[in-house]
Design a protein around this ligand. Structure first.
Ligand SMILES: CC(C)(COP(=O)(O)OP(=O)(O)OC[C@H]1O[C@@H](n2cnc3c(N)ncnc32)[C@H](O)[C@@H]1OP(=O)(O)O)[C@@H](O)C(=O)NCCC(=O)NCCS
Length: 172
């Protein structure tokens, strides 16, 4: 089911014209990425950043997705044992943030749902075995753990959502 946004809100791909200076999620790295690096990385085809805009031009939140790889032996055994012993394709949810003025209103959850819907769509065209993310703080980790992300063995700040689970979530 498509993610629903209130009237006057829309998802857009980050462009030079978007006004990023006022964005403040409260996490420095998350803010710095959007303001300084997200567009450069997009221009270099390393990642894509999509932003949630409130008309006319307020950035409510954003997320960044990138393709990645993980060594198969870093995956949980129940997934790894069915895979060849090589590097495995993954999608990285590299960043996600909501401006403090809009936190606590369900936008983080909906941005995550949108990011996962994008991953699911991609997975039918370019396969990957899991969505991975690095938690910037323990607080962020608690947020993601609400949504079926599990720790990557031996990496307490890395979380993963296997394709099978993502596919089930999206089919539900
Ligand atoms: C983490 C963040 C994205 C959450 O966004 P948000 O818009 O405030 O979250 P939502 O309003 O959608 O919350 C959805 C649910 O998660 C809960 N929640 C929100 N932040 C949480 C956290 N850090 N830990 C545990 N639960 C959390 C909410 O209480 C809500 O639960 P409810 O539906 O039972 O009331 C936002 O606080 C943020 O941008 N933080 C700074 C940047 C950051 O840490 N980004 C993540 C790593 S890159």
């Amino acid at each position: 089911m498509p993610v629903q946004w209130p009237q006057g809100f829309s998802i857009q791909q980050l462009e030079k014209s978007h006004k990023r200076a006022a964005f403040c999620s409260g996490a420095d790295g998350v803010d710095e990425w959007l303001k300084k690096y997200a567009r450069q990385a997009q221009d270099k085809r390393l990642s894509v950043t999509r932003i949630l805009i409130k008309e006319p031009d307020i950035i409510v939140g954003y997320y960044t997705l990138a393709m990645g790889q993980v060594n198969f032996d870093e995956l949980p055994p129940e997934i790894a044992r069915k895979l060849p012993g090589t590097m495995m394709p993954i999608i990285t949810l590299a960043w996600l943030g909501v401006d403090q003025r809009f936190q606590g209103r369900g936008f983080g959850e909906r941005l995550l749902a949108q990011a996962l819907a994008d991953c699911h769509h991609t997975g039918h065209i370019m396969p990957f075995v899991a969505v991975l993310l690095d938690c910037v703080t323990l607080n962020a980790k608690k947020f993601y753990q609400r949504y079926d992300f599990k720790e990557l063995p031996g990496h307490p700040m890395k979380l993963m959502l296997p394709w099978k689970l993502l596919d089930e979530m999206m089919g539900a």
